[in-house]
Every structure is written in structure tokens, then in C-alpha cells.
Design a protein around this ligand. Structure first.
Ligand SMILES: [Zn+2]
Length: 415
């Protein structure tokens, strides 16, 4: 997940809210109360716009198994109206797009399948509409415009296996919705999309997808749809405002202090103890890097910074400055000693195998051995911890109360 940017775009729409439900108390022992004030700045939910590819593309494979129409985005002219579309490569031409043998003249296309239909984009099938948006440089962005709760259901199944249990997945649904709505509010006014379909935002595999070995897998399920609808409109708020709910896979015993990682981290991203994620395979891990690789990457990093770093002579990890904080990695080339945050050091080395910023390092022959714990930045809800808490009998709201202390869950409706 990444931090949101931009400004609110849906504030100011005419709306009224009925806040229907609560929530959990701010502190242990405090009784739940009915929230009657709506979070500020949240209006009627429009479909969320999900960017489907990490980089803009020049061609895209489209397949639609039922009736559909293609119109210009924001227009009514029907450019195509067909009972189905066999797999075809859509490319850019001078004034629009080439679709099979036709040329469709529009800078942006919107594919609208019939009710409950979906659109295959490459190896994944997405519910809702798909937009092909021409951008400068002869490329296009691919955007899925999907009803919020359908999106939430897919994210729940993409982010959390069913084995994690219904209460952990309920917490995940509320967290995913809060995150998505915060991204929607914070998207730049001119942006074509609100968030990404990957862990850059939240994992979103659509309704169905082909695995790397060619198997067809479900991206949502009756259970995830039910969880989304059961929790429909439920979001995390702090002091009456929706906040961006950061979360990660495995915190390994204590969540990270949110403000150390995200400039917009709301107060509930405090560092809290988590005793429930030890079942994760990445609770503890080890990875090796050759000294040559570490040296080369450090050389390149410091050269990019305009400085010089000679042969690495020592490497160690210092203590964390405060609970939930980031330890320094201290390195020397015999002439100078440099300290970098473990998060930065991890980025320099590449995150593959170095699953989190919690690690110690030791020399072993010509290698450096990294012994670490956890997976991801560790801020907010710990997904494996939510699983453990759910299996221990806590409900979804109690799970959220633990990982977002001080937050309240409210239900937003736009009656
Ligand atoms: Zn944890």
C-alpha cells in the first residue's frame, strides 16, 4: 500500500447521512455509543476506479463472454454493440483504437457489459465497466470502474484466504473499504483512477483470473460478497473523519508506528503489541546476500546520492529508537561510518526475500545472513494477527479496535 496524494474530490456533493451503527469503544471498558455525526467529507459512494496495470500499455487483450456496449467515456454514442467478444488485441491508432478490424474514434473507450457481466482484461476478469484511456506517449491506461462493495469482496478474497476465518475477513472488508474510500477522496481531481490493483494499494484480482499455470481461479466468492454486503458502508473513523487504514501482512509481535512510515497516518496507527501472528510462515525468516551484491548496491546508492562508499568492512543493525520504530543499519568502509534506516537499506538491497525492516545481520564467509521477522511495513491491522484473534474468538470490530486504537467504526448510508 502507498500513501495517498491529492485532494478531496467528492466533498461538497449534496448528501445526507444516516449513521446507523456503532462500533467499538475508544478505550477498554468504555461503553459503545451511537455515532450521530457523519464523518466529514464523505458523500455518496460512486464506483471506485482501479488502475489495472502498473505501467501504461500499447496493447491490451480483451474478451467479453456476454453482451456489451462500447461508448466514449462520458458519451452516449454507441461505438460497438455485440453479443460477445472473442479474445482480441485492442491497440491504439491515430484517432482512437483498433478493435478487431474496426477503428473506434474516441480518446477514451468505456466497455459496459450487460447486467452482472464482466470483462476479461488480459488474464483477469473484472466486474463493472472497463475504460481504455489514451494518454500522451502513445500508451493507454486500463481502468476498472466497479461498484464499491463488489470491489471490497474481491479485495477480501485477494488479500486474505478463507482459512483466516469470517471475523478476520470482516475486519479486512472494513479496512479495505476505509482504505479505498480514503484513496477515492484523496485522488487528484484530474486523475483517471483512485487506486491500484496491486499491493501498491490493495490486491485486487477481479472476479476470476488465470493462475500462472493456466488454472481458472475465483477472485471473489459467495462468502466474500456476503461479508462485503454484511459490512456495507462500514468504515473506520477517527474524531469523525474517515482515515486511510494502512495494514500489512505480518507485524511479528508489535505493529509499527504509522507516523514513521506515512506522513498522513492517522492517530489510530499507534504501535500495539500483537501476540497472534506467530503462525505465519514469515513470522521468522532468513535470507542470504553475497558481499559482492551488497557492496554493488551500496556503491550505486551512494553514487546516486553524489557520495562515495568504498569496500564494505562492517555492517550491523542498531536498536530501535522507540517501540514500533525503525532501527538504523550502520555500515562502514573503513574510512566512514554511515547509518541508514532499515527501511531504506531494505529498499537498496531489494525487498525480495528481505520481507520486512525487522532484521539482524551477520557475516558468514563471503555472505551476509539476514535473520528477520514479519512481512511488510507492519503498520495498522496485522492480517495474520487478525487471523489469530479471530480464531481466538474475537469479532471483527474487536480485531479493528485492537489494531486501530481510538478508531470508531460507523456505517455510512446516503438516504
Ligand atoms: Zn502481528
Amino acid at each position: 500500500m502507498r500513501k495517498p496524494t491529492g485532494t478531496w474530490i467528492i466533498a461538497g456533493l449534496a448528501f445526507s447521512f444516516v449513521i446507523a451503527l456503532i462500533l467499538f469503544p475508544r478505550q477498554r471498558g468504555q461503553r459503545a455509543r451511537l455515532v450521530i455525526q457523519p464523518p466529514q467529507g464523505v458523500a455518496k459512494f460512486r464506483p471506485i476506479r482501479v488502475c489495472l496495470v502498473p505501467e501504461a500499455v500499447t496493447t491490451v487483450s480483451i474478451q467479453i463472454d456476454g453482451p456489451f456496449q462500447v461508448t466514449p467515456v462520458g458519451g452516449t454514442q454507441i461505438l460497438l454493440n455485440q453479443p460477445r467478444q472473442a479474445k482480441t488485441a485492442v491497440t491504439l491508432v491515430l484517432n482512437g483504437f483498433r478493435w478487431d478490424q474496426r477503428e473506434l474514434s474516441a480518446p477514451r473507450l468505456e466497455i459496459t457489459p450487460a447486467a452482472n457481466g464482466a470483462v476479461w482484461v488480459g488474464e483477469k476478469e473484472y466486474p463493472g465497466k472497463v475504460q481504455l484511456i489514451r494518454i500522451p506517449g502513445g500508451r493507454m491506461q486500463l481502468v476498472n470502474v466497479v461498484p464499491l462493495e463488489d470491489y471490497v469482496a474481491c479485495v477480501v478474497d485477494s488479500e486474505m484466504p478463507r482459512e483466516f476465518g469470517p471475523e478476520a475477513r470482516k475486519a479486512q472488508a472494513i479496512t479495505a473499504r476505509s482504505y479505498a474510500l480514503a484513496q477515492m477522496q484523496n485522488a487528484n481531481p484530474g486523475a483517471f483512477y483512485d487506486l491500484h490493483a496491486s499491493t501498491r494499494s490493495q490486491k485486487y484480482n477481479g472476479r476470476r483470473y488465470l493462475s500462472s499455470d493456466g488454472r481458472m481461479l475465483a477472485g471473489d466468492s459467495a462468502e466474500s460478497l456476503q461479508l462485503a454486503y454484511e459490512t456495507a458502508g462500514m468504515v473506520c473513523t477517527y474524531e469523525g473523519k474517515l482515515f486511510c487504514t494502512y495494514y500489512s501482512a505480518v507485524c511479528s509481535g508489535r505493529t509499527s508506528l504509522g507516523s514513521d512510515f506515512f506522513s498522513d497516518a492517522a492517530f489510530p496507527h499507534q504501535s500495539v503489541i500483537c501476540e497472534w501472528c506467530a503462525d505465519s510462515p514469515l513470522y521468522r525468516w532468513q535470507t542470504l546476500r553475497t558481499n559482492a551484491e551488497v557492496q554493488e548496491k551500496l556503491h550505486r546508492y551512494f553514487a546516486d546520492q553524489g557520495s562515495r562508499f568504498e569496500s564494505l568492512t562492517s555492517l550491523a543493525v542498531g536498536p530501535v529508537p522507540h517501540p514500533g520504530g525503525v532501527a538504523p543499519v550502520i555500515m562502514s568502509d573503513g574510512k566512514q561510518t554511515v547509518s541508514l534506516p532499515a527501511t531504506t537499506f531494505r529498499r537498496i538491497l531489494g525487498t525480495n526475500g528481505l520481507y520486512s525492516h525487522h532484521f539482524q545481520v551477520a557475516a558468514q564467509g563471503t555472505n551476509w545472513v539476514f535473520t528477520g521477522s514479519g512481512n511488510g511495513h507492519g503498520v495498522g491491522l496485522c492480517q495474520w494477527g487478525a487471523r489469530g484473534l479471530g480464531h481466538a474468538g474475537k469479532n471483527g470490530l474487536e480485531i479493528l479496535a485492537h489494531y486501530y486504537p481510538g478508531a470508531e467504526v460507523v456505517v455510512l448510508t446516503d438516504e
